[in-house]
Design a protein around this ligand. Structure first.
Ligand code: PLP
Length: 375
């Protein structure tokens, strides 16, 4: 067989695919039911009117051809309206919004459109594993910056020059809301380092305890330096639909659209129309989702008292494992799957990520098993 090309060889093991495979092997073994608190797959369906919009659109005959490659103008306008109404930010829908087949695609594209081979990309540690895939696919150099206790990067440890920086608030896996001033600090560093910034805002609306959702683009100068990636997956429970947006710098938006014109042929039109229904229709379900995850978060924090557990946002709780304990042991001995912290970076070692995107009874039983294992 011929060798795999270099850019595939550079790819790290896909963390979640490997985790799912390990959990499936454990689940197949005899024993009490395995509880999967490892993966973050939204468990609440999209609002009914959004599903209905998809259905109604799919029944039309004029929607099955190629949609406009760059997306429906009305969808971009809906994104701009949401940015205005929820985050108080003026966005030009024509020049400052790109329609993506899910924001994960944007994570990969951002590196492709900003970084030359061999330049440096700076990632948070711990951070979402797919950022490392973006570094590999762009043939870039990886630098990591540890997160301090409040979830802010330790800027003293950031390189003096870099081509790009990934940020993520609320953060997966550390469940930190954006600390005060973090975007301003990032911009100051990016100006010195000559770097573009992408802010992964996938959990933007899932922030708890009355904190307002904080967009990177609300900070002066943000759209000169980068993009924010907004996702329909978490706010509207549409993860499988694959719809997201890159919002911000017009030059980067144009570059992403250019790349996508070569790589994709647009998002299925009924999905885009349903996206408009989600963004412009009633928003109560966004709040209901937030409240549901917050209530689950409360129970998780109570069960994990003493474990430095954190859950300011996202649908995860991040906590420190007791000495000598590992996610492997919890999987084998307690049949509870968690996401091991080291998979998110060296600074995640000794920690674990627990998902709140599971039915209440699964969460409660899982928390009871963890509490029993930790006493
Ligand atoms: C931090 C983070 N960013 C991005 C994504 C990808 O979201 P999307 O479904 O929009 O591709 C996820 C999905 O789990 C995520 O956790």
């Amino acid at each position: 067989m011929r060798a795999r090309p270099h850019r595939l060889e550079r790819l790290p093991e896909q963390y979640f695919a490997a985790l799912l495979a390990r959990v499936a092997v454990a689940a197949a073994r005899a024993g009490e039911p395995l509880l999967d608190l490892g993966r973050g797959n939204p468990d609440v369906p999209p609002p009914a009117h959004v599903v209905e919009a998809l259905r109604a659109a799919a029944l039309r005959e004029d929607v099955h051809g190629y949609a406009p490659f760059a997306g429906l103008p009305a969808l971009k306008q809906a994104v701009a309206a949401r940015y205005r109404d929820v985050y108080g930010i003026a966005v030009d829908p024509e020049r400052e919004v790109a329609v993506l087949p899910g924001s994960k695609t944007g994570l990969m594209e951002f590196a492709q459109v900003t970084v030359e081979r061999g330049e440096t990309i700076v990632l948070p540690d711990p951070g979402y594993p797919d950022y490392r895939s973006a570094v590999a696919l762009a043939a870039a150099q990886l630098a990591t910056v540890p997160l301090l206790a409040d979830g802010r990067p330790d800027w003293d440890a950031a390189p003096a020059r870099a081509a790009a920086l990934y940020l993520n608030y609320p953060s997966n896996p550390v469940a930190a809301a954006a600390p005060e001033g973090v975007f301003e600090e990032a911009l100051a560093w990016a100006r010195r380092a000559g770097a573009w910034i992408v802010h992964d805002f996938a959990y933007g609306d899932l922030v708890f305890d009355g904190r307002p959702p904080r967009s990177f683009l609300a900070v002066d100068g943000a759209s000169e330096h980068g993009l924010e990636l907004f996702s329909m997956s978490k706010s509207y429970g549409m993860a499988g639909w694959r719809l997201g947006f890159a919002v911000g710098n017009a030059e980067l938006v144009a570059r992403i659209e250019d790349l996508q014109n070569h790589q994709f042929a647009g998002v299925f039109r009924p999905v885009q129309e349903a996206g408009i229904a989600a963004l412009t229709g009633p928003q109560e379900t966004v709040e209901e989702r937030r409240a549901l995850y917050q209530a689950r978060r409360d129970r998780a924090l109570a069960a994990l008292r003493g474990r430095d557990a954190r859950g300011e946002g996202t649908f995860f709780v991040w906590f420190r494992l007791p000495a000598g304990m590992s996610c492997e042991r919890l999987l084998e001995e307690r049949r509870v799957a968690l996401a091991p912290g080291e998979g998110f970076g060296e600074h995640g070692r000794g920690w674990a990520r627990l998902s709140l995107a599971v039915p209440d009874d699964v969460l409660d039983e899982g928390l009871a098993r963890l509490a029993a294992a930790f006493t």
